[in-house]
Design a protein around this ligand. Structure first.
Ligand code: SF4
Ligand code: SF4
Length: 280
C-alpha cells in the first residue's frame, strides 16, 4: 500500500484516451462513480484524461484535434480505454465521419496497452447479441498485436478499472491476467465462490420466488435463475454503491453480465440447470 500511495503522489499521471463506440455510456458512469477514489480525484488528480467524448469540454473538430495531439505527444505511453463494441464492416457507428474500426486501429497503434471496459468492448455485449445486426465484435478480435485487458461487466465495477490503472502506475506493469485477459484479482473466482448465500446452496435451501421468506432469510437464489456459479466477477467482495450491496444481497439473482454472450444464454430468470440443458 505505501508503494501505491507513493506512486500516486510522485509519478506522472497516466494519460488515458477513452473511446466510445457501440455503447450506452454506462461503463463511463460506473467509472466516475468509483468509490475507491472520488470522481473528481480520478478525473482531475489521478489520471490525465485527454479524450473522452462524454466527459471532455471540447466538441466537434476541437475534440478530434485534441485526440490527435494526445496520440502524438504521448506516443507509446498512453492507456487506450475502449467502451463499446466495434463494427469492422465500417458501416455503423462513425465518429467525425470515420468508422469506429479505423479510429480504434489508429488509437491502438501507439498505446502502451488497451483496456476493454465493459462487456460490450470485452465480448461484444448487447450489440453483439443475436442476431447481431451491426456485425459487432469485441476489441480483442480487432487488436491482436497489443495486450488487451478485459474488464467485463455491464457495467463493470468502476473500482476494478481504477485498480488496474493504479497497479500499472505503481508497479510499471499490468496485473496478472487470466486466459481471457481479465485481471485475476477480480475475476479469479466466481460469484458463487464468494457468495454469502453459499452455505444455503450447500445445504440445499433455495428461495422459491422473489422476496419470499426464504429469500429474505438469505437462502440461495439458484432456482430464481442465479448465474453466480458460472460468472467471474468481484461483486460479492467489492460490491456496489460504496460497498453497500450487490444484486444477490438485494434479492436478485446474478444474471452473469460479465461473462461472454450472457445475453444469448437464455432467459435470465431460468435456473442455470435448465438453461445449460437447453430446455426452453
Ligand atoms: S457493457 Fe453494459 S454498461 Fe457498458 S456500454 Fe455496454 S451495455 Fe452499456
Ligand atoms: S445465490 Fe447464486 S451465487 Fe449465491 S450461492 Fe446461490 S447460486 Fe451461488
Amino acid at each position: 500500500m505505501p508503494k501505491v500511495v507513493k506512486a500516486l503522489e510522485t509519478k506522472p499521471k497516466p494519460v488515458v484516451i477513452w473511446l466510445e463506440f457501440q455503447d450506452c455510456a454506462g461503463c463511463s458512469e460506473s467509472f466516475i462513480r468509483s468509490t475507491s477514489l472520488l470522481p473528481t480525484e480520478v478525473l482531475l488528480e489521478f489520471i490525465s484524461l485527454e479524450y473522452h467524448e462524454t466527459l471532455m469540454a471540447p466538441s466537434g473538430d476541437y475534440a478530434e484535434e485534441s485526440k490527435r495531439e494526445a496520440i502524438e505527444k504521448y506516443k507509446g505511453k498512453y492507456i487506450l480505454v475502449v467502451e463499446g463494441s466495434v463494427t469492422p464492416n465500417g458501416v455503423y457507428c462513425t465518429v467525425g465521419g470515420r468508422s469506429n474500426y479505423e479510429l480504434l486501429k489508429e488509437a491502438a497503434e501507439n498505446a502502451a496497452f488497451v483496456v476493454s471496459v465493459g462487456s460490450c468492448a470485452s465480448w461484444g455485449g448487447i450489440p453483439k447479441a443475436s442476431p447481431n445486426p451491426t456485425g459487432a465484435v469485441p476489441v480483442y478480435e480487432v487488436i491482436k498485436d497489443k495486450t488487451v485487458v478485459n474488464v467485463p461487466g455491464c457495467p463493470p465495477i468502476g473500482d476494478v478499472l481504477v485498480a488496474t490503472i493504479v497497479h500499472y502506475l505503481a508497479l510499471g506493469k499490468l496485473p496478472p491476467l487470466d486466459g481471457l485477459g481479465r485481471p485475476k484479482t477480480f475475476y479469479g473466482e466466481t460469484i458463487h465462490d464468494r457468495c454469502y448465500r453459499r452455505a444455503f446452496y450447500n445445504a440445499g435451501k433455495f428461495a422459491e420466488s422473489f422476496d419470499d421468506e426464504k429469500a429474505r432469510k438469505g437462502y440461495c437464489l439458484y432456482k430464481l435463475g442465479c448465474k453466480g456459479p458460472i460468472t467471474r466477477n468481484a461483486c460479492p467482495t467489492i460490491r456496489w454503491n460504496g460497498s453497500l450491496s450487490f444484486p444477490i444481497q438485494s434479492g436478485h439473482p446474478c444474471f452473469g453480465c460479465s461473462e461472454p454472450d450472457f445475453w444469448d444464454r437464455g432467459f435470465i430468470y431460468k435456473p442455470l440447470s435448465v438453461v445449460e440443458e437447453g430446455i426452453s
